[in-house]
Design a protein around this ligand. Structure first.
Ligand SMILES: Nc1ncnc2c1ncn2[C@@H]1O[C@H](COP(=O)(O)OP(=O)(O)OP(=O)(O)O)[C@@H](O)[C@H]1O
Ligand SMILES: CC(C)(CO)[C@@H](O)C(=O)[O-]
Ligand code: BAL
Length: 276
């Protein structure tokens, strides 16, 4: 696996490797990320070229009181995991390489950015969209893989790519879960053993709600019951909602996407599933 840390070596490697399937990450890699690398390998098997992954903890998508400084970092472990999963090129820019002094441009996506994570984390999607546009242009990727775990992010990236006519395809990949259903996430390591046990209840609540909706229970009642259960179980619930899958507008009709964000101790868990 080749490693690039500045833009000129990245461009030289990308030119040599041919069409790129890109997996953008913030590192601290787990099986969820590696499933995206394997999906990228399948894309490369069809189109030729190579798999690239970026590791960049993007300061632009963190709010002033968020966990940028404690975001987990493990460069050596990540590089070994990427190589083992079949990645050909790792792109590890420094903050200075990504954002040289004088930077004055950002990408603002409306529509699916509004509400939910967009409300809980003001400016978050501006940071995500800006760094993803840069990663796409830096690597010249033909295709990029994103996890469904971050459902709203996936819709924001699809909207941006469509609106800006960016010349790549976005592929959404299913959420990889622990045996008890908890969606894998780099931040899960900060859960205490008791919180880790409790955390699986979020996915359970989503599946119970999807079942109730599928059985014909009105959305307002099914959602209210699930919110009350989660609060009683000790979650700090930011939202649990039924939305139109692409626009992220709240809805009460199926098919939809159930999305949730809930705090447990110092960790904010995100999850979502299809409903209907
Ligand atoms: N469990 C998972 N299954 C599938 N894809 C995932 C999973 N977790 C993360 N991803 C995807 O990996 C990519 C990089 O995500 P990121 O590096 O933020 O990992 P993360 O584990 O989600 O960390 P965080 O703690 O920031 O949520 C994103 O496209 C994300 O949706
Ligand atoms: C897409 C991403 C790598 C952009 O920094 C990040 O938001 C993430 O890891 O999901
Ligand atoms: N997985 C989304 C990246 C973030 O939490 O900032």
């Amino acid at each position: 696996m080749r490693i690039a840390r500045d833009l000129s070596s990245l461009r030289a490697e990308a030119a040599r490797l041919g069409p790129i399937a890109l997996v953008p990450t913030m590192g601290a890699l787990h099986e969820g990320h590696l499933s995206l690398i394997r999906a990228a390998r399948r894309e490369v098997a069809a189109m030729g070229g190579a798999v690239a992954a970026s590791i960049f903890v993007n300061p632009l998508q963190f709010g002033p009181n968020e966990d940028l400084s404690r975001y987990p970092r493990d460069e050596a472990g990540d590089l070994a995991a990427l190589e083992g999963a079949g990645c050909d090129l790792a792109w590890l820019p420094s903050v200075e390489a990504m954002y040289p002094p004088g930077r004055a441009t950002a990408i603002e996506v409306g529509g699916p950015s509004e509400g939910w994570e967009g409300t809980a984390r003001p400016g978050h999607f501006r940071g995500v969209a800006t760094v993803c546009a840069k990663l796409f242009l830096q690597t010249g990727a033909r295709v990029a893989m994103f996890g469904e775990k971050d459902w709203q992010q996936l819709q924001v990236i699809r909207r941006m790519v469509a609106d800006l006519d960016l010349p790549l395809r976005i592929v959404g990949c299913p959420t990889v879960r622990e045996a008890d259903g908890l969606a894998m996430s780099s931040r899960n390591r900060f859960l205490s053993p008791a919180e880790r046990h409790q955390a699986a209840r979020l996915f359970a609540a989503l599946t119970e709600t999807a079942t109730a909706l599928g059985a014909g229970q009105p959305a307002a009642a099914a959602l209210a019951a699930a919110r009350a259960r989660l609060a009683a179980e000790g979650f700090g619930l930011d939202y649990l909602a039924l939305v139109e899958p692409e626009s992220l507008r709240e809805t009460d009709s199926l098919p939809g996407r159930l999305i949730a964000a809930a705090r447990l101790g110092s960790v904010r868990l995100l999850d979502n599933i299809a409903a209907g």
